[in-house]
Design a protein around this ligand. Structure first.
Ligand SMILES: [Zn+2]
Ligand SMILES: [Zn+2]
Length: 305
């Protein structure tokens, strides 16, 4: 099952020629989850994967650079005669802010749009993964999101099953799911005889806008990919503190403390060039497995094993 992130917008606070405001599209198999939806997100989608069938849009907070794309995206979906519902998720204030975004520019929405208010600690369960909401340190009521795959069944060993005389068919499935089965000759076969240990699912964490924070470290503990904002370099530390943002070094220290596998820096201030070499260098000095996001970049999240 493929898991990847497409960076639609990587700018901090204002769009630039090279960077659109914040948005990522997480793709897992056939599922599409949009997180943040800055101005022009639909156009960023059209430039890359087209307008996918997004059903769930998660907003970290209601600063303009994270939500102004919602209205346009919904309007276009309406013009395409969409009938399937869309659900928007955001921290407290969702009904007021997102309600206004939905109502802007039309008399009536052609398809249902639901608004769900989420809070830190919420865990939204899907069939194969959870979306976990955690607190961030930016403004009151700002959050980040983690996508955590459920633990997978251990590896089933078909050769061993044949050796043990377990006929291929439903018994294999029952063993794989952890049931002990009884064969026709009366022998018991236990899962431990031919199924490996359960395998950990992958975790992808998106910080949204934040100062470095313990809640983000906890949410990102052992994550396969941490996408952390790095609006500034260390020379702008004071400004980062004033505005509730992080420096590249601070993001890298969060990655180290959380023990993640890889770090992507995003929400880059317009003062840096597209490659932001100074941010990359200061982060890599602390956490080597770092890249700076660019608009249109895709990052795959493979299994650790
Ligand atoms: Zn922002
Ligand atoms: Zn913000």
């Amino acid at each position: 099952m493929d898991l990847s992130v497409l960076f639609l917008g990587t700018a901090g606070s204002v769009p630039t020629v090279q960077r659109a405001p914040a948005s990522i599209l997480v793709r897992r198999g056939g599922e599409r989850v949009l997180i943040d939806c800055g101005e022009g997100t639909q156009r960023q989608l059209l430039r890359s994967v087209g307008l996918p069938d997004v059903e769930h849009v998660f907003l970290t907070h209601y600063h303009a650079d994270h939500i102004l794309g919602v209205t346009g995206l919904l309007r276009t979906m309406g013009l395409q005669d969409r009938t399937a519902p869309v659900t928007l998720y955001g921290p407290p204030g969702a009904q007021r802010v997102l309600g206004a975004a939905i109502a802007l520019g039309i008399e009536r929405n052609k398809f249902p749009v639901e608004i769900n208010e989420v809070r830190p600690g919420d865990r939204l369960r899907r069939e194969q993964f959870d979306i976990v909401v955690f607190e961030t340190e930016h403004r009151p009521d700002t959050v980040g999101f983690a996508l955590a795959e459920h633990t997978r069944l251990g590896r089933f060993n078909p050769d061993r099953a044949r050796e043990l005389g377990v006929p291929e068919g439903p018994l294999w499935g029952r063993l794989h799911k952890g049931e002990t089965v009884v064969l026709e000759d009366g022998r018991n076969v236990a899962p431990a005889d031919l199924v490996g240990a359960p395998r950990r699912g992958r975790t992808l964490v998106y910080s949204g806008d934040t100062r470095p924070s313990l809640a983000v470290v906890e949410a990102a503990r052992g994550a396969d990919l941490l996408i952390h904002e790095a609006t500034f370099g260390s020379d702008e530390l004071e400004r980062a503190k004033e505005t509730g943002h992080s420096t590249a070094s601070e993001a890298a220290r969060v990655a180290v403390e959380a023990g993640v596998r890889r770090l992507v820096l995003t929400h880059i201030s317009p003062r840096y060039t597209r490659d932001a070499p100074e941010l990359l260098a200061e982060a890599r000095a602390i956490f080597p497995e770092t890249v700076v996001a660019r608009d249109g970049m895709t990052v795959d999240v493979p299994f650790a094993e």
